[in-house]
Structure formats: C-alpha cells, structure tokens
Design a protein around this ligand. Sequence first.
Ligand code: NI
Length: 386
Amino acid sequence: MTEKEFYQWLVDIRRRLHAHPELAYQEYRTSALIAGELEKLGLPYQTGLAKTGVVAELGQDGPLVALRADMDALPLSEETGLPFASRIPGVMHACGHDGHVAMLLGAAYLLKENPPPGRVRLIFQPAEEKGAGALAMIKEGVLEGVSFIFGGHIDRHFRVGEIAVNEGLICAFTDTFKVRITGKGGHAAWPHEAVDAVVCGALLVMNLQTIISREINPAHPSVITVGRFQAGTAHNVIAEEALLEGTIRSTDPKVRERIIKSIKRMAQGLAHLYRARLEVEIKEGYPPVINDAEAAKIAKQAAVAVVGEKGLCQQPHPSLGGEDFAFYLKHVPGCFVRFGAVKQGLENVPAHSPKFDFDEAVLPIGAKFLAEVAKTALTHLRKNRL
Ligand code: NI
C-alpha cells in the first residue's frame, strides 16, 4: 500500500465501525470486521475471547510484546451530522474507540510488512467504557508470556502530530457511589408531619463538595460528582425517597479511602440531622493507570521516531478520567499514551459528547506509533537478555 492507500484503508475501517457502533460485550459486528481484516492480512487470530474480544499474533519466536485497542461505543444519540454517523439509534462511538481499532489493524499491516525482532500480540478488547473488558481479557490469558504492553487514546487536548507520553500515574481511580435516602412522604403543606428526602438529598449534594474543598490536600487532584439525583412524584407531595448516584475520582490511594469514609460519615450525620435513613453503597471501579518508567522511555523513543522531538509531549497533569488499561498494568509493565487528534472547529467538544469527532489524520500516526513501539520494546528486550 502507498501512504495514501494506507490512510484511505484506515479511514474506511474507522468509518465502517463508526456507522455501526456496539456497546460493551456486544461488539460482534466489530469483532467480525477485525477478523475479516486480519484474514486479509494473513495473520492467525482467535475470536470470542471475553465474548467479543479478538487476539492476533505476529512472529514466530523471541520475546513477546502486546498492543491493545478497545472496541466499544457509548449509549448516546449521535448529533454530528457526519455522512458516516451512527446508524444505530442511541449508540455512538463518542470516545474514538473506532479509531483505536483502525490504528491497531494499521499496526498489524505495518508489522506484517516489516517483521519485528520477536513476537507481537494484538489485543482487541471489548467493554472499556463499562464492564472492565480488560479484566475479562486477562482472565482469558492474553497477558501470558507478555513482557510489555502498550496502548493509547485519541485525545483532543493535543494536536495531530503530537503524542503525549508520561511516566507514572496518568489516569485516576474511578469509584462510583449510590446514596438511598428514605424519609417520610407527606403533603407539601404539612412538612411537620413528613421527613423530606429532597431537602436532605440537596444538603448531601452540597456537603459532598466540601469533602474535596475542605478535607483533602489540594495537592492531590480529586473530584466528586453527583450525576444523578432522582426523587419525588408530584409538585405538591413531599418525597419519601431520593436516590443519588455519583462518581469519585482520585489519584492517591489514601485520598481515595478518605473520600469514601467521608461520604459515609456525612450520610450518617445527615441521617441524624434530618431524621432520615441514608444508605451508602460504594462500588469499586477502575484502578489508576500507572505507566512504567522503562516502558515510558521506550514509548518516548518510538514517539520521536514517528512524530519527531517536536511531536513528543507530556500530559501536564493526570487526567481524572478512568481507563481500564490500568488492569493490564497491574500484571505487566507498560505505557499508555495520548494521540493528539483535535479536529478544527471541535476544540471544545469533549469525548462522550454527542457531537464528538476527531481528525482522522491521527490514524496513520497511531498505527505507526504502535508498530514502532512494539519493535523498540522487542529490540530493548533482546539487548537486555543478551
Ligand atoms: Ni475511551
């Protein structure tokens, strides 16, 4: 393929995926498309791992390095108006995972054309957004024999031609919580005979914010967001019940523990204060992404080879987003990078927005980086073993 044909091929894959997004663990069509492309490349692969995951392998012997792409979309109705916009109502590739799949297939092609000094395992993973697909793939054994793992995410905070590589923590702990408030329903005009779950819930929402602002060292980034507050049935009825749901983002295990304890303490306090019952449920989410120092060095070297010294940059601070690549890094050293992909005119449209899109010029850059980082890591492994 010429450079132009390569680009067109990647764009075509991305657009086919974009038009047919699939949610976590339902990526059957996506999986079939990947299998079809791997077939054309003549690479051996396995499908049906963790339901819809696909794994392919290149090379015969030597050290083994893994590359990972996520495949799932989000439950959103697309509003981009693009000619290849989602044809599936209520489902959209609004995080760029369609691009990640195209990039990894691109890397497969490049590695096939230019064989690496060892083995490369390509992991196409389901359910990154929800359902910890990485964990499910690890259970399927995809990390067996792997010395390093690499992956990346399309990112509108950087320009096309930039690759951000950081060492250490780059993504937060993500935990979710639920608070169920039970008061006593009643007539809107007789509050003295009721216990208002809405007032209690409103106080809780406001007070939770003081955990971050008044109890946590501001040097440790953290966030509490109540994303859902459901209560009441009519304007003139005092609500008996309220349900609050939210997320906790933190970058330090002690801070994380402290926030969870504080949420429980505040709920208890408000229960006394308002004669209501508050039940708190915390659900542990994704661990933080912590890039290995050696792997980050390898990734930097690969990034420079693809985008030059000028293109290599750093995330200025950890993102409080979550990323289930973290699970792989608990088992194997690796590095997760950011591919600059901001599209002109969409500088202020974040991922997970119904208007999200990225500049497709990032696709060959991501593909080249993935192929390059695998080769660099294998060369590094060979040298160190001699
Ligand atoms: Ni994502």
